[in-house]
Design a protein around this ligand. Structure first.
Ligand code: ARG
Length: 462
């Protein structure tokens, strides 16, 4: 390919360090599609004859069916997918194959191929997040009234509903989806025709190739187009944020499924047994979702560090853009699918959740609020009074609303029988009816809105 200038061939180490074919063969569909668009444009512009363009197109089609059937051959001497395709094209159609590379370089070629691959990955992420959101909203609707302890510091704080808890994740994943959609919008420009770095002297039609490849428009600066990989980093940062959310949710499922909690039972289909302890049902899928987040964030770091010192325009370092992106995309696709399955099929143990909310003095704040509201006690003082009540309940191993009225009145005589209305966990969640609060009515409204939004998104995309 560039042998003309060289007296010696590359060493074995050079061949090995240079070869990207082991991983960039994943780009073969994009590469052939971009070459097809390029040669059609060259033909239409009279840069190559229409017969040659047709011969090249037919050759490319044949290569596509070979790769579809047999996979892509992996020959280090051919370096990458671009040279692999061109070498096969030369075998098939002879020297006319050499006309395909007119007015282009591997630099704009790889930038174009990779963008198309990342574009498909963005689309997959958006669809998979959508499915996870639907599952969350569905389960949240079922459990809008299911009471569980809400935690801060993983200590029982105030009762909330499971529906509210699940909808918290729905909010996070909705933002993640928006991040992928924004990445997709920025990515929507076609580098093809930027050539090596400076553009080309041939009368090419960049609008035509951009359109043929499904991009909104061509990129506006050839140096930028061949040398930035921010579209890949946009994917990886969105993927990292999404993986962080997935990991937190996975962590909660793992805790909830642990026997001392017993809040949830993960589906058999996404759990594994133990070869030694017959009673075990391990949350492996959730643990791997949690674990994969580390690798996804690592991929984002890897590509960021690869890019940060590079002068314009292309440098070979950039060949290392693909393994982290491919790895992260594979892991994210799997993680989203596993999480959607877990959310859809986990059995929640409403009694256990309720009992835990009952046990943790989760309504202590409600008692304090009652003293403020009904007895005009300053909040700080009310806080102190309730602390005494909690201490007493603990010493009697009962919950706050099991304490007899006389006991409460011994702590503060302003307390009267009406307090019991505020102390139940049902009254507590029902009272938190501020917008976005945990009251079942609020949760039901949020669920209905989210369902309508998801339906709308689905119908506008049809
Ligand atoms: N395999 C290369 C990559 O992925 C293609 C571009 C090579 N360009 C060059 N001038 N060596 O980055």
């Amino acid at each position: 390919m560039w042998g003309g200038r060289f007296a010696d061939g590359p060493s074995a180490v050079m061949r090995e360090i240079n070869a990207s074919i082991p991983f960039d063969k994943a780009l073969w569909r994009e590469d052939i599609r971009a070459s097809r668009a390029h040669v059609a444009m060259l033909g239409a512009q009279g840069i190559v004859s229409s017969e040659d363009a047709a011969t090249i197109r037919d050759g490319l089609d044949q290569i596509a069916s070979e790769y579809e059937r047999d996979g892509v051959p992996e020959e280090w001497d051919l370096e990458d997918i671009h040279m692999t395709v061109e070498a096969r094209l030369t075998e098939l159609i002879g020297p006319v194959a050499g006309r395909l590379h007119t007015a282009r370089s591997r630099n704009d070629q790889v930038a174009t191929d990779f963008r198309m691959w990342v574009r498909a990955a963005n689309d997959r992420a958006i669809a998979a997040i959508r499915a996870l959101r639907s599952a969350l909203v569905e389960r949240a609707g079922e459990h809008a009234d299911t009471i569980m302890p809400g935690f801060t510091h993983l200590q029982t704080a105030q009762p909330v509903t499971l529906g509210h808890h699940l909808m918290a994740y729905h909010e996070m994943f909705a933002r993640d989806e928006a991040r992928f959609a924004a990445a997709q919008e920025r990515l929507d420009e076609c580098p093809l025709g930027s050539a090596a770095l400076a553009g080309t002297g041939y009368p090419i039609d960049r609008e035509a190739t951009a359109q043929a490849l499904g991009f909104a428009r061509p990129t506006r600066n050839s140096l930028d187009a061949v040398s930035d990989r921010d579209f890949a980093l946009d994917y990886l940062t969105a993927a990292s944020q999404c993986a962080i959310h997935l990991s937190r949710l996975a962590e909660e499922l793992i805790i909830w499924a642990s026997q001392p909690f017993g809040f949830a039972s993960l589906p058999d289909s996404l759990s594994t047994g133990s070869s030694i302890m017959p009673q075990k049902r391990n949350p492996d899928a959730a643990e791997l979702v949690r674990g994969h987040a580390g690798r996804i964030i690592g991929s984002m770091t890897a590509l960021s560090v690869t890019m940060k010192g590079l002068p314009l325009a292309y440098s070979k370092d950039m060949q290392d853009d693909k393994p982290p992106l491919f790895e992260a995309a594979g892991l994210l696709d799997l993680s989203l699918a596993a999480m959607a399955g877990m959310i859809a099929e986990t059995t929640f143990n409403a009694e256990r959740m309720r009992a835990a909310a009952q046990a943790g003095h989760a309504t202590a704040t409600d008692l304090a609020d009652w003293l403020v509201r009904e007895a005009d006690v300053p909040f700080r003082e009310a806080h102190h009074i309730v602390g005494e009540a909690v201490k007493l309940a603990d010493s009697k191993a009962c919950s706050l609303d099991d304490l007899p009225l006389e006991d409460l009145q011994a702590i503060d005589k302003r307390i009267d029988a009406r307090v019991f209305d505020a102390l139940s966990i049902d009254a507590s969640v029902a009272s938190r009816a501020s917008y976005g609060g945990t009251a079942p009515d609020q949760v039901k409204q949020r669920v209905a809105e989210a369902k309508a939004m998801l339906r709308d998104l689905e119908s506008t995309e049809e």
